[in-house]
Write a protein that binds this ligand. Structure first.
Ligand SMILES: O[C@H]1[C@H](O)[C@@H](O)[C@H](O)[C@@H](O)[C@H]1O
Length: 505
């Protein structure tokens, strides 16, 4: 077992005992194999970019549509256009997991890519609210499928000791995509058909890259296609491909032997698995219910509401802060630890949200039911409370991105191999369900409760979340997957995880 205490974040992507060699035993130059893994990560990561782009672009689109869809948009229209994406994503993610098992990972990524292209073009040609909702739904299906299968594909092609880092790369792509969406929304100055249609460009690039993308070698072993799997492992720079194939076959066999009927039953009845699912799904729910995406989707609307003359430009601050602080999380996640990052950052989220609530108490801005975003009551943005609100929001986003935005996506490390795909799929579906709830309820809450009380609801969620994390989420940093399983066998493992010597750290 490798030394798990060392800081190995600077190591190259492929690490093995023959790393000094320039050529793997299979005859493939290591440099070439390393380039291939990066290329595959980039190709698959483009789905993350599209996930981010398509969820981010809605913010500027909503304030630019005006009456282009045949009528002024009602609150219901705005909520439906926004939440149709997450609704379809939550349906598509478990389905994509199923098809990825039956057909392979690559065809599902390719199908998602096709949907990204079609959905983007369909939206840009939308003539009424319903065609727009349909376009957003097509893109939602693509986002759901990609968010379930792309991390799985990356994990399966990566060397074991690089999986965690590559999962975080995915978060960088998502938040980077959101920045690009905001810039595009701002640059096209209200011509929203261009900004939504632009989503097809990275997808077209991905379609071209997909041609050379191999199937996941682990899936190939699962289907008994050992020779093809050996060839892919060789291209990925592994030294002893036959040995790896034998190892994966052994794991597959063990899974089949230990399975207590169905994977679902094993997930629900084995205590360690049930705890893993509770933690993974709980963190995903907390990530969404803490309200971050209400900013991702509606920040331009909020800034318009409080009187900023360039709401789309101002809301760029939100996505840029999100991206920059995701970089911070990426840099520290393997040093500070998942649990500790959350315990440090959630209190700052609470502070940021409470400050927003305070600011709204002093800002006289309203969005009444009959009003559209284009007829929001405008107030003077030079009002110091509006600026205070902007800083409070950025503060909140920074705290979110450096912890809760990233940590839940590490979910797969919580599950043992036999239930990993289903556990991760269900946790992903929890993410999209909660995302849907926030997208669908934010504007109605603003109207009925008012902005201050709405932000206080998120404060409450974060407070509960903090207590829950403190009580139930053990530290998994630097643990081998087997040790994580061991940690959850006799309880939540929080105390044991804080006594590194008990776990051989
Ligand atoms: O981790 C990501 C990231 O934080 C995004 O900015 C957010 O929009 C997603 O919902 C979340 O899953």
């Amino acid at each position: 077992m490798r030394d798990i205490t060392g800081d190995d974040s600077q190591q190259p992507l492929i690490v093995d005992e023959h790393d000094d060699d320039t050529t793997a035993r299979s005859g493939v130059p290591k440099q070439k194999a390393r380039r291939l893994i990066w290329l595959l990560t980039l190709s698959a990561g483009l789905s993350g970019l599209l996930f981010g782009y398509d969820t981010g672009v809605i913010s500027s689109t909503l304030v630019s549509i005006h009456e282009d869809l045949g009528r002024p948009l009602s609150t219901f229209d705005l909520s439906a256009i926004t939440s149709s994406t997450s609704l379809l994503a939550l349906v598509a993610s478990p389905l994509a997991g199923h098809f990825a098992d039956v057909l392979g990972r690559r065809p599902v990524i390719a199908a998602a890519c096709g949907l990204f292209i079609f959905g983007a073009l369909f939206q840009s040609a939308a003539t009424n609210v319903w065609t727009m909702i349909l376009g957003r739904s097509i893109v939602g299906a693509a986002v759901g499928a990609a968010s379930a299968v792309v991390p799985l594909y990356i994990a399966e092609i990566s060397p074991a000791d690089r999986r965690g880092q590559l999962v975080s790369v995915q978060s960088l792509f998502i938040t980077g995509g959101q920045v690009v969406a905001y810039v595009a929304g701002w640059a096209v100055m209200g011509r929203w058909r261009w900004s939504v249609g632009f989503g097809s460009v990275p997808a077209l690039i991905q379609a071209a890259l997909l041609v050379g993308m191999p199937e996941s070698p682990r899936w190939l072993v699962l289907k008994g296609r050992d020779e093809e799997a050996t060839a892919v492992f060789a291209r990925l720079g592994h030294d002893d491909c036959d040995h790896i194939v034998a190892q994966v076959k052994h794991e597959v066999k063990e899974e089949q032997l230990s399975a207590s009927g169905s994977m679902f039953k094993e997930l629900m009845t084995v205590p360690a698995n049930r705890r893993a699912l509770t933690i993974a799904a709980g963190l995903q729910a907390l990530q969404q219910l803490s309200g971050f995406n209400s900013l991702m989707y509606f920040s331009a609307s909020i800034f318009a509401m409080v009187g900023f003359t360039s709401p789309i430009g101002t809301s760029l601050c939100i996505s840029v802060s999100n991206f920059v602080f995701t970089l911070l999380a990426f840099a520290i996640i393997d040093r500070v630890g998942r649990r500790r990052i959350l315990l440090y950052s959630i209190p700052f989220m609470i502070l940021g949200l409470a400050s927003c609530a305070l600011a709204f108490m002093h800002i006289d801005a309203s969005l009444t039911d009959s009003k559209t975003l284009s007829s929001i009551t405008s107030v003077d943005a030079s009002n110091s409370w509006s600026l205070f609100l902007l800083f409070a929001l950025i503060f909140y986003v920074a705290a979110y991105a450096s912890g809760l935005g990233c940590v839940p996506w590490q979910q797969s490390e919580l599950f043992s191999l036999s239930v990993r795909s289903m556990g991760s799929g269900l946790a992903t579906a929890t993410n999209w369900t909660s995302n849907f709830i926030v997208g669908a309820t934010f504007l109605p809450m603003i109207h009925t409760l008012g902005p201050s009380a709405t932000f206080l609801v998120y404060v409450f969620v974060c407070l509960m979340g903090y207590i829950w994390v403190w009580r139930y989420f053990p530290e998994t940093m630097n643990l081998e997957l087997e040790q994580v399983k061991q940690l959850l066998e006799n309880g939540w493992g929080v105390k044991a995880s804080e006594r590194p010597s008990d776990l051989g750290r």
